[in-house]
Design a protein around this ligand. Sequence first.
Ligand SMILES: [Zn+2]
Length: 289
Amino acid sequence: MHTDKLLHTLADARREVQAIRPDPSLGPHPGGLTFTRAAYLAADPRHWTAGAHGHADGRRLCARLAERLRGLVHPSWSALADHAAGRLDARAARLLTEHTAQCGGCARRLADMKSKRDGVLRLEQPCPLPCPAAGRPPVELTSADRRWQALLSEDGGAEGRLVLEVRTREVPPSRRLVGVRLRGAGGHERTRFLVLREDGEALRARAAFDLCTLREALGARLEDAVVLALDATQLTAEDRVALLESLPGPEGDGRERAAWCAWLGEAGQERALADEVRRLLHEAPRRLS
Ligand SMILES: [Zn+2]
């Protein structure tokens, strides 16, 4: 979110609080929505729980805060991908539609997601972690257009890792960023970004997740996994942490670092980028070197 907009919204919110406070029905307000929480819910309406809905429905201030931030925080690429595939429940879909009706940039992001939805890789059914279970064959994912494949396998060893390998034949250089979202019970998620690189006839990318950490974050079961090619216009300010954490470290594979550098250079040329994303793409190469 742009800083000026944030300050403006804070000032508005403060005025609203002062105006509304005389209302005795508001009373003390345990468990109210914080700014961070409201931004998190705005970025992905699937994060709303029934309890949070019930709370916000009964509290004018929380409802106003959520509504205001829904206009300012752009929905995540994964929420848009699920919306494009018709996989959101009615309430989450309505909240996203409210945003895209007001935000031309996100209306274009959603249209882009709809046009590419057959190239999305998804886990067909939930699977326990490790996935596949020890000793079982890898789990294969194929996109509806059959142009994308992925394999989930377990990399044994003392610690144990979940390895995701993605491959495709052809994709323009600006779209070689791959977003990975793993989802566990209760909506807990892990997001990782990969960059495809040429390897023989195909383009490939690989990610390894420490199983212990993954189970701590997601629980004992992988409910859902979404893997898809993104261009930089699909990124939002909320992707900053996950993108920077996804950059290969100094000990990483040289070819992987080169692929990231090439993508960052290409993506930085994209004209329709939000300022925050442009700053992020300028910041990332410094972290790589
Ligand atoms: Zn937007």
